[in-house]
Design a protein around this ligand. Sequence first.
Ligand code: UTP
Length: 408
Amino acid sequence: MTLEQAKEKLIKYGQEHVLKYYDELSAQEQQALLEQIEATDMSILAACQHKEELAQKGVITPLAAMELDEIEAGRNGYVTTGLEAIRGGKVGAVLLAGGMGTRLGSDAPKGMYNVGLTRELYIFECLINNLLDVVNEADAWIHLFVMTSDKNHDATMTFLKEHAYFGYKAEYVHFFKQEMAAATDYQGRIYLEEKGKLSTSPNGNGGWFISMKNTGMLDIVKKAGIEWLNVFAVDNVLQRIADPCFIGATLQKNCVVGAKVVRKNAPDEKVGVMCLEDGRPSIVEYYELTEDLMNAKDDKGNPAYNFGVILNYLFNESALEELLENSLPLHIVEKKIPYLDANGELVKPEEPNGYKFENLVLDMIHQMDSCLPFEVVREKEFAPIKNKTGVDSVESARALLQENGVVL
Ligand code: UTP
């Protein structure tokens, strides 16, 4: 893109300020900036001016979960079906590790965080250990796709390689990068993070499947005959991955997606809950849950919206392919964004100072025809690490790991 073309695009979206330092840059930096301007989707930025309209929900009704007693009654059959699928090479795992983990406050990728106390035990290691349990049970390797972003790709790859993938077979580990989106101030003006670089952040965890396609991962999926993809977050150190019982239940119930859920610990717990929205599976976020929905009861008199998602989903791969062309809703999230101030000095703010633009995996559920919410025991499978201390923290996860017999 030439400077003239860049100016034209920037004027269209009210972003001319990003060329403020253009004349100070070397020819190479100028070129890089023009390329970044060309590649950046600026059409989404104006949405922050009418944020409220983005969050419109349809009619919410309950969606029954498969609860623990039903799972126990059918466990043997589900496990057999799940193990068969794994042994047949039909299941792949996708680790979403492209996030910035800003709440944890470590500069390194979140998976590199050491949760050990008397020994080294990294988040990545916990997850791989959990997956290895299934590999050993099934006596079959499972392809593991690791999503990173520009911000943490090299560090993640180097770390896992240096640690010999914590015992995972290297040829079954595949890395791919998600896309980035511009980050702006509250007026939707793109920040600069360097004089020749727009401020960007990963575009949310909802872009994982498109990024798998764009980076050639789907070719591996096809070649290996994978039909189901178990997508999971980097931060839940207790979760079971490629869990045969969960896979078997989703398959036997003929659903195109399964969602692991936990029973809420309080009506106002801050988790997204499973529901139907206009008759299709969906997730209503805790801040969208009205008083009426919070207090609604099902036929048995139990809370009707009582099962929170834990970002562990099993998607049917062909169902995802059919939906590739459909766009996902945009989420505009307030975050702390490092930026150059009026004097060209880099500022790392202590408080949120602008917006990031994200697509979320939970919105993919609403595009699916059927979903099985599958209950898991919170104390055994849900230990997310979002913060350093307090709720969903390193501290709480350590306590839960110890309760589950993991030596720290
Ligand atoms: P979170 O919503 O916790 O976001 O991600 P985050 O960026 O990791 O952390 P904070 O909010 O800045 O503290 C949930 C999961 O989605 C992944 C994360 O790596 C985590 O596994 N994720 C998030 C991505 O892979 N890409 C993204 O763009 C965002």
